[in-house]
Design a protein around this ligand. Structure first.
Ligand code: ADP
Length: 452
């Protein structure tokens, strides 16, 4: 039931209930405290009257008779056994004869309702004067006490619903004010869609829960906006990259169509077409790998792998490219570094790094690979070349998809700018990290570190 109510209504109800319970408890407390205090006063009176009468009984019985007729003690009766000694006028006229005097030595205090419905507080006791024992009974009407109680109860009963109404009203207003930022956040969040992801939720001045909530949502929006932008850029870049070899294939075809029908021409054209389609296939393979990596489809199978052995396999695989450029690759392995990694993906990472080192180094240069462990006992592989190097401003971006420092040169070498993105994914998903040191025209060093 309550869960169907809005937060504002629930808050109001809870606040109202808490306040009403508090007011009811306080009112009840006041009611009983006042009652006790008033009855206490009446009892004090009774005790005073009782001791005054005792004094009269002891010293001046005649004066007590005058008191009975003229006050100031209004309601009392003194008996000796069953025999009335002195009884005040009011005692008789108020029909208090029915009160049975105390016959024991102990004083007793009680309330009594007489025939006409009046309620009296009574103090009864006995007192000894000379050789006689008197039964003294004094009474005091509880009327004023009851009247005050009634008025108090009436006030409480009037105040309670009023307090309930006021507290519900105040609760409703407070809840509205407290929840106002939530409404503003909700309204704005409803407006934000894929088209206007750059908009942000209103963040309040105070550093309260709502401003923090809005900031957290804003950070999420920023991340979504960023990934949307990256996705758009990626799609645009991918289409562009795919378009280039396709255009090349088409123009080769057109040229051959219009050229004289010579067999040599055809072979050359087919060779170029094969080259372009190979580039296309490599690109599609890389795109497919990245999209599978993004969606977490690639399952890594971790096993203990000797890094130096893996590096040697990679070198063997790519040596032919280095030989074409008369480059030498040296592998130095200081200590045996065995790590728990997925062999296939890490081999792919090493292949990309070594391929780049070969691609971006001049013919006849040296490529140095070192396998070892860092001071923190982490296994690493360093691939150092003395090639073109990477400008400082570009270093941060070379791992971005399709990013190439020199687009023309990279494409000429068959690169689409995806190799390092794949490498980064492969290293990081195997629990490693990658570092780069580079100086233009001096060379680059890529260091892959595995923490396990
Ligand atoms: P590509 O397929 O273009 O080589 P990568 O993602 O492998 O793409 O590399 C991105 C860019 O980083 C390259 O285009 C190149 O400009 C730069 N780069 C990568 N490795 C090296 C290197 N060893 N020396 C110089 N530049 C490099």
């Amino acid at each position: 039931m309550t869960s169907r109510l809005g937060v504002r209504a629930r808050f109001t109800l809870l606040y109202g209930m808490a306040l009403i319970i508090t007011i009811a408890l306080v009112s009840g407390g006041i009611y009983f405290f006042v009652q006790r205090a008033l009855l206490g006063q009446v009892e004090n009176h009774l005790r005073k009257d009782f001791s005054t009468i005792n004094d009269y009984l002891k010293y001046d019985l005649n004066a007590l008779a005058k008191v009975a007729d003229h006050g100031p003690i209004l309601l009392f009766s003194v008996r000796d056994g069953l025999q009335p000694v002195v009884t005040s006028d009011d005692w008789r006229s108020n029909n208090l004869e029915q009160i049975i005097p105390a016959d024991n030595k102990k004083d007793s205090l009680f309330s009594i309702i007489v025939e006409n419905g009046e309620r009296y507080r009574v103090l009864a006791g006995s007192t000894v004067s000379g050789d006689r024992t008197y039964q003294v009974t004094v009474a005091h009407s509880e009327n004023s006490v009851r009247q005050t109680q009634k008025t108090l109860a009436l006030i409480i009963l009037l105040i309670l619903p009023m307090a309930a109404a006021i507290s519900l009203g105040i609760g409703y207003v407070i809840a509205g004010r407290v929840l106002a930022p939530i409404s503003a956040i909700t309204r704005k969040a409803e407006e934000i869609s894929a088209e206007n992801l750059s908009e942000r939720l209103p963040v309040g001045q105070d550093n309260d829960e709502f401003s923090r909530l809005a900031s957290v949502f804003n950070q999420t929006f920023a991340r979504i906006e960023d990934s949307f932008a990256r996705l758009r850029r990626f799609t645009a870049d991918a289409s562009h990259e795919l378009r280039t070899p396709l255009t090349a294939i088409r123009s080769i075809g057109e040229t051959v169509m219009h050229a004289p029908d010579e067999q040599g021409n055809c072979r050359e054209a087919i060779g170029s077409i094969l080259e372009e389609s190979d580039r296309l296939r490599q690109l599609v393979d890389a795109l497919l790998l990245l999209s599978r990596a993004d969606s977490g489809e690639i399952k890594l199978r971790r096993e203990l792998v000797d890094l130096a052995e893996l590096v040697r396999e990679t070198v063997e695989f790519l040596n032919v490219l280095a030989e074409e450029k008369h480059q030498t690759i040296t592998v130095t392995s200081v200590v045996k570094s065995v790590v728990q990694i997925d062999r296939t993906s890490v081999r792919q990472a090493m292949t990309n790094l070594l391929d780049n080192a070969i691609k971006y180094s001049p013919p006849g240069s040296d490529i140095r690979i070192t396998v070892g462990t860092t001071a923190a006992n982490e296994a690493f592989v360093e691939i150092a070349d003395s090639g073109v190097g990477i400008p400082e401003n570009d270093i941060q971006r070379i791992f971005d998809r399709f990013y190439r420092v020199d687009k023309g040169r990279s494409r000429e070498m068959g690169g689409a700018g995806l190799g390092l993105s794949i490498t980064k994914w492969a290293v990081e998903s195997n629990g490693g990290r990658i570092e780069v040191e580079s100086a233009v025209d001096q060379g680059s060093l890529f260091r892959v570190i595995f923490t396990n």
